[in-house]
Design a protein around this ligand. Sequence first.
Ligand code: SF4
Length: 84
Amino acid sequence: MDEIKIYKNPGAKVVIKVINDKCVSAATCIIHAPETFDLDSEGIVYAKQGTWDEAEEIIKAAASCPTTAIIVEDLEGNILYPKQ
Ligand code: SF4
C-alpha cells in the first residue's frame, strides 16, 4: 500500500495528497508551484507551510509530474487532478 501524505493549508482552496513512493524527484512540480512544493532531504516532494501558489498553479504542478505522484482535491474532497 502506497503511503499517502495529506497536506492542508488554512488559506488554500485545495488539499494536496502526495504518494511518496511514486515521487522520483523530477522536481517539475516545484518549477510550476515553487511556493507550494519542495523536496525533503531524501528527495521526496512535500507541500510547504506558508502561503501556497494559486490552485491553478498547483494543478499545473501536479499535471507536470511524470509519475502522477500528486493528487489535488477541492475542500469538499472532489478530485481536481488527476481527472477521473
Ligand atoms: S514532479 Fe512528481 S516526481 Fe517530480 S518531485 Fe514533483 S512529485 Fe516528485
